[in-house]
Structure formats: structure tokens, C-alpha cells
Design a protein around this ligand. Structure first.
Ligand code: UD1
Length: 341
């Protein structure tokens, strides 16, 4: 039975990893979580345990350390891997490219070597819509070509997909699914887990909720002169719980997929502008938000949203939660971690 699989989650204490852990546990999978906690905290694992009312098997360590990974594979009979462990700040990757290549690409190659050594042949990979760059056509589907990556972060996602393709060619037992996330937002409705940005957040929604909580004076909307209905950038914001559920479906279907190396977009299919998101946050939460329009941010794509038809047709996955759900849950999470009533 597919749900009797024992699954290793690298980066399992991270934003998407922890939400996926909850869904997998609730579907009866046995999990091993690995995380170096460089970008998360133990309280996220505790949150997963509270939501699921189960103890989680957790190993702290770095996935680009082969001795550490080997010890995890040696002591556990792992069937499948979901590889989340990676850094994700576009800006930081421009400042520290080697850190990103070493961590994101290094952990992928180390993990694949360990999988080969221990005969583990299924991997689901956290990819990103960043692989498309500024697409020629939107909604963008999986056959759109990769554009030159705008940042080292984007390049690492392209490289990891390429590495998987090459390994699929070389190892006829291996199966991989790359999930190209659009913009994950929101938090678990229980407010026990959510995004924990280290230092100043670079992503929009944590910035919005921190501004609403009074931790930041104001939000700057980066540019209002783009070719979009209100001039601000357009994105496809997807609730992290919907995203997490897609991993469960990918894991259940991976053995039966026609292609041993598959890719799926994970998005809602709806484009929402940054200014529209800000307005909907205020309307949904009733919290006023101090914001101003500033200059464009270097490297930003003007507009992108997903064609999610392939994931619907092949995985049977569809989003269920709205942007309002996302914004409300993100705000409830922010309030919980700040102790705001
Ligand atoms: C990018 C990638 C995404 C990746 C993510 C990792 C693209 C299209 N998307 O997301 O795949 O997973 O990085 O971090 O390449 N904004 C503001 N003010 C702020 C913060 C953001 O106006 O303070 C705007 C940005 O200009 C952008 C939108 O909000 O238009 C979303 O930004 P962000 O949350 O950082 O995500 P992306 O850059 O879209």
C-alpha cells in the first residue's frame, strides 16, 4: 500500500517541509525528518507534533554532509525521499552565491549518492516557478523553456532539476517528481506552524504580517509601473496547505507515473497583484497596513501564474483554499508567535 511507505523529509522543519509532514502523518505515512535548523527552529517540529498528536522522528544535521546522511539511511529503512532542504532567499543568493551552490546543489548530489548507495529510488523535489524566469506566455505550463536564471537561487533550482534528469537517464530504477511551486503563502489553520523568516523577511506575506503586527514600520511595494492592471507585479499565491497536499498525491502516484522523471506546476492558476494582495489582507483581517510604493526590486519578474492543469489531470490535485484563507492563516500565525490577542 502506498501509504505504508517510510519517507525521509530533508528540510522537514522548514516552511513547506513542516506542512507536508503534517499531511503525510495524517495520511498514515511513517516519517523521518532531517533538518540542520539553520533556517528554522525546534518549535516547528513541536508544532507538527501538536497538530498530529504524534511524536516525530527527527535527526538534526546537514544534508550536504554525506557521513550524516549515510547514518540516517543506515539506521532507517527508507522507501522515498522528499527533498526540501535548501536556502530560498533570492537576494541572499546574489550576495553569497557559493553558499547557495554549495548548500542547494551540494545537498542534492550528496542525497542522490546516498539514495543510490542504499537503493532508495523515489524522490520528490522542491522546485520553483523561478526556473521559467520571465515567461513568454502566461499562464505558464511545464513545457515552457527555462530562461537564464535571474539569481544563483534560481540557477540552483534549474541545476537540481537537470541533475535529476541526468540521474534518471543513468539509473533505470530511479523515479523523480519535481514540483514547481509558485508563491506559497499562509500557515496551518491551527496556527501551530507557519513561516519563520530569519532576520528581515524577503518574501511579501511575512513582510505584510510583520508590518501589521507593528514589528516593521511600513511595507514597500516594489514598483507600480509594470504592465499589469494596477502596475504592481503579479504572482500566483498558493496556500501552503494546498501545496503540502500535492506532495502526498505525488508520493502516492510516483510509482505509477508514465514518465520516471516528471515535473508539475503547483499554483492556483490565478494571477493576483501585490497591491491587490495588500488590499485583500486589510479587508480580510481588518488590520490597517502602512505601505508605500517604492522603486522596482532588481530581478523581479513582472507577472507569472501557473497553468495547473497537468497536476490536476495526472495527480488529481486541485487547490481548495482561497487567498483570503491564506492571508487570515498567515495573520493568525504571526499573532501566535508574537503573543498578540
Ligand atoms: C521568488 C520566486 C519563487 C521563489 C521565491 C523564493 C519568481 C517568479 N518567484 O518569488 O519561485 O520560491 O522567490 O523566495 O521568481 N514584494 C514587495 N515588497 C516586499 C516583498 C515583496 O512589493 O517587501 C513583491 C515583490 O516585488 C514580488 C512579490 O511581492 O513582486 C512577491 O515577492 P516574494 O514574496 O519575494 O516572492 P517572488 O520574488 O515572487
Amino acid at each position: 500500500m502506498a501509504n505504508s511507505k517510510k519517507v525521509l523529509l530533508t528540510g522537514g522543519a522548514g516552511y513547506i517541509g513542516s506542512h507536508t509532514a503534517v499531511q503525510l502523518i495524517q495520511q498514515g505515512f511513517e516519517l523521518i525528518l532531517v533538518d540542520d535548523l539553520s533556517r528554522s527552529e525546534l518549535r516547528i517540529i513541536e508544532g507538527v507534533e501538536k497538530i498530529t498528536n504524534q511524536r516525530v522522528s527527527f535527526h538534526q544535521g546537514d544534508c550536504s554532509n554525506s557521513a550524516f546522511l549515510d547514518s540516517v539511511f543506515e539506521t532507517n529503512q527508507i522507501d522515498s525521499v522528499i527533498h526540501f532542504a535548501a536556502y530560498k532567499s533570492v537576494n541572499e543568493s546574489v550576495q553569497q552565491p557559493l553558499l547557495y551552490y554549495q548548500n542547494n546543489v551540494g545537498s542534492m548530489t550528496t542525497l542522490l549518492k546516498a539514495m543510490e548507495k542504499f537503493h532508495v529510488n523515489e524522490i520528490i523535489f522542491s522546485s520553483s516557478c523561478t526556473v521559467y524566469g520571465e515567461p513568454d506566455r502566461i499562464p505558464v505550463n511545464e513545457s515552457a523553456p527555462f530562461k537564464k536564471a535571474e539569481s544563483p537561487y534560481g540557477a540552483t533550482k534549474q541545476m537540481c532539476e537537470r541533475i535529476l534528469e541526468d540521474c534518471i537517464q543513468a539509473n533505470k530504477e530511479l523515479r523523480s517528481v519535481s514540483l514547481r511551486y509558485f508563491n506559497p503563502v499562509g500557515a496551518h489553520p491551527s496556527a501551530q506552524i507557519g513561516e519563520l523568516p530569519i532576520g528581515t523577511p524577503s518574501n511579501l506575506v511575512p513582510y505584510v504580517t510583520q508590518t501589521a503586527a507593528g514589528i516593521r514600520q511600513k511595507l514597500t511595494v516594489f514598483g507600480n509601473d509594470y504592465n499589469t492592471p494596477d502596475g504592481s507585479c503579479m504572482r500566483d499565491f498558493i496556500h501552503v496547505v494546498d501545496l503540502a497536499k500535492a506532495h502526498v498525491m505525488a508520493l502516492q502516484k510516483v510509482e505509477a507515473l508514465e514518465n520516471r522523471g516528471e515535473v508539475f506546476n503547483l499554483g492556483t492558476g490565478i494571477g493576483v497583484t501585490v497591491l491587490d494582495l495588500v488590499k485583500r489582507f486589510v479587508k480580510t483581517t481588518g488590520i490597517p497596513l502602512n505601505y508605500e510604493v517604492g522603486p522596482r526590486r532588481a530581478g523581479d519578474v513582472e507577472k507569472i501564474y501557473a497553468d495547473p492543469a497537468k497536476a490536476a489531470n495526472i495527480l488529481g490535485w486541485r487547490t481548495q483554499l482561497s487567498l483570503e484563507d491564506s492571508l487570515l492563516h498567515a495573520w493568525q500565525w504571526e499573532k501566535q508567535i508574537r503573543g498578540i490577542k
